[in-house]
Design a protein around this ligand. Structure first.
Ligand code: RP5
Length: 171
């Protein structure tokens, strides 16, 4: 057991959003970052969502990720109750495939910003990496890890390109 407290909170409007967030969990595990994850809805559990947001900073949370679909108000409600950075992750659902959640997330009125990452599967990964960029501002070790992650990613693409060139030569 560790007595370290989580630096990141991952909130989701419904347990049905969890599959998209599994990639975020994986990234945080890879970077050794403690997170907490909760199902809290802006519509179905508004008091609990507001309580969490209001207490997050005092609990040591530094970044909040809010995943929600449809009329996605979770990011906005959380941002209204904390000055911590809030990253919105629009979840794709029928019938608008996430355009509804994207607009609800990015179109915050002036004064209460919510950042938005990619709709869909890539959103989980990008929300985590964006949160890590924020944490890395005050954590040089984490900043080095993030640079190493980027380098590895670059090398994988260069390898894929080299493989493609070899395949094309065989035609
Ligand atoms: C949103 O409504 C949730 O974030 C979810 O994406 C969507 C549908 O919720 P469920 O009906 O699957 O619980 O609040």
């Amino acid at each position: 057991m560790t007595d370290k407290k989580p630096e990141v909170a991952i909130l989701m409007g419904s347990k049905s959003d969890l599959p998209i967030l599994k990639d975020a969990f994986q990234i945080f595990d890879n970077f050794d970052i403690l997170f907490t994850a909760r199902v809290l809805s802006a519509h179905r559990t508004p008091e609990a969502a507001i309580k969490f947001a209001s207490e997050a900073e005092a609990e040591g949370i530094k970044v909040v990720i809010c995943a929600a679909g449809m009329a996605a108000h979770l990011g906005g409600v959380v941002a209204a109750h904390t000055t911590l950075p809030v990253i919105g992750l629009p979840i794709a659902s029928e019938p608008f495939n996430g355009l509804d959640a994207l607009l609800a997330t990015v179109q915050m009125p002036p004064g209460i910003p919510v950042a938005s990452v990619t709709v869909g599967k890539s959103g989980g990964k990008n929300a985590a990496l964006y949160a890590i960029s924020i944490l890395a501002l005050s954590n040089p070790t984490l900043a080095l890890k993030l640079k190493a992650f980027r380098q590895e990613q670059t090398e994988k693409v260069l390898e894929a390109d080299a493989e493609l060139q070899q395949e094309l030569k065989k035609r």
